[in-house]
Design a protein around this ligand. Structure first.
Ligand SMILES: [Zn+2]
Ligand SMILES: [Zn+2]
Length: 166
């Protein structure tokens, strides 16, 4: 979505709000495609003291697969991104200065890049997810391990005796 900001650039205190949705369902992170729902972008362009500031908030709900236990879960995601739009690159280089192309800026491209930069590559259903047992595959968040404990043969004999006793 390209916007021409010529007027904003040259009008003190001018302001423009833009709201749009992006489809980022084709983005792969850690082998899955978690951005299954639209990403809503609230973008504000504002001329402040001769600088054209661009601030945006991106929100969506991700559909993730936990890297530890394999369960699917939803997670709210919010990304905040701010930059300055300028007609030419200033001598003091800063990462957050975006140089305009014929007074135009592609806010969707900025939003997409900001979202990708902010994405995690690891997904956990919870901080303390216990994962799956490597032996029996039980989801240890929900069920107990079903692995039979390896028993010392001498103790096995004893266990048998005790069992027969019951
Ligand atoms: Zn998990
Ligand atoms: Zn187990």
């Amino acid at each position: 979505m390209r916007l021409n900001v010529n007027k904003l650039l040259h009008t003190p205190d001018a302001r423009q709000d833009v709201r749009f949705e992006m489809d980022l369902s084709d983005l792969e992170f850690g082998g899955s495609y978690p951005v299954s729902r639209p990403v809503v972008v609230d973008c504000r362009l504002e001329n402040k003291a001769g600088l054209l500031l661009c601030g945006m908030t991106l929100t969506t709900t991700l559909h993730c697969t936990c890297d530890r236990c394999g369960e699917e879960y939803d997670a709210d995601k919010t990304v905040r991104y701010d930059c300055v739009l300028a007609e030419e690159r200033a001598s003091d280089e800063s990462d957050d200065i975006i140089v305009l192309d014929n007074d135009e800026v592609d806010v969707e491209e900025l939003a997409r890049d900001a979202f990708i930069l902010d994405m995690d590559t690891k997904f956990l259903c919870s901080e303390d997810c216990k994962g799956l047992c490597s032996g029996c595959g039980a989801n240890l968040n929900r069920e107990a391990c079903r692995c039979k404990k390896a028993v010392d043969p001498r103790l096995a004999k004893l266990a048998q005796l005790l069992q027969n006793d019951e």
